[in-house]
Design a protein around this ligand. Structure first.
Ligand code: COA
Length: 202
């Protein structure tokens, strides 16, 4: 397999209905998969089966890895021939105890003024790396930011594995994608909820 040159990451807003409960959770998962299917179309990947193992970790399909993320109002999805992880969070303040759990004193010094945007850059970057590696939040403390790589990338180390995470920073959300170094991240930002028709016709 040759290294893919581009990584197509799709983000989209969620519909407002259903508002709460299991129906909303299912809808969020479905819309995240629609985003991943659009990524698959852009990457000329086969139509994916979204199967996971018993730990909830996405299983590659015909050599293609996939990752999805859903927050209150947005989804992200990506597929790649390399392992891949994506995370999206809507813009908001972080509570002090969350900051303390996620970032060490060294990381706080590295990041400078901790605006809501900067915290979410750090948080989504770590989640993207952990998801690429199929690890849960239990491994959070082993994932450390090592440098700021300009306005839309962070370098991380997780158990000796180094990653440059690419980021999309919008007024309403921050998204991060992690993949073995190589492919250029291309962000495809859909501005309305993805309908099944849009997904079929790309
Ligand atoms: C994986 C994890 C980081 C996801 O973060 P999140 O912000 O809650 O949720 P997101 O919307 O970004 O991502 C959800 C998707 O991640 C995927 N996912 C779940 N566990 C995963 C894992 N271990 N590795 C990679 N992807 C995973 C799933 O596809 C899921 O979407 P789906 O339910 O629609 O299929 C988090 O749920 C987690 O750590 N789970 C494992 C449990 C755990 O370790 N708990 C320890 C608490 S200290």
């Amino acid at each position: 397999m040759s290294t893919p040159s581009k990584l197509f990451v799709v983000t989209a807003p969620l519909p407002s209905e259903p508002k709460v409960g299991r129906a909303r959770v299912l809808m969020q998962s479905e819309h995240a998969r629609r985003a991943a299917r659009l990524s698959a179309q852009a990457a000329l990947a086969p139509p994916l089966r979204f199967e996971k193992n018993s730990d909830d970790v996405p299983l590659p399909y015909q050599g293609w890895s996939w990752s999805v993320s859903h927050c209150a109002q947005f989804v992200a999805g990506v597929v790649c021939e390399l392992g891949v992880g994506v995370d999206i969070e809507h813009m908001r303040d972080a509570r002090a105890e969350v900051v303390e759990r996620v970032l060490s004193a060294e990381e706080l010094a590295l990041l400078g003024e901790l605006t809501p945007q900067m915290f979410l850059r750090a948080w989504t970057a770590k989640e993207a790396v952990l998801k690429e590696l199929g690890a849960g939040l239990g491994k959070l403390e082993r994932c450390r930011i090592t440098s700021l790589e300009g306005p839309d990338a962070l370098a991380l180390d997780c158990d000796g594995l180094r990653r440059t995470v690419h980021q999309l920073i919008e007024p309403e959300f921050v998204a991060s994608v992690s993949c073995a170094d190589g492919p250029q991240a291309v962000w495809l930002t859909v501005r309305t909820p993805i309908s099944s028709a849009a997904e079929e016709h790309g």
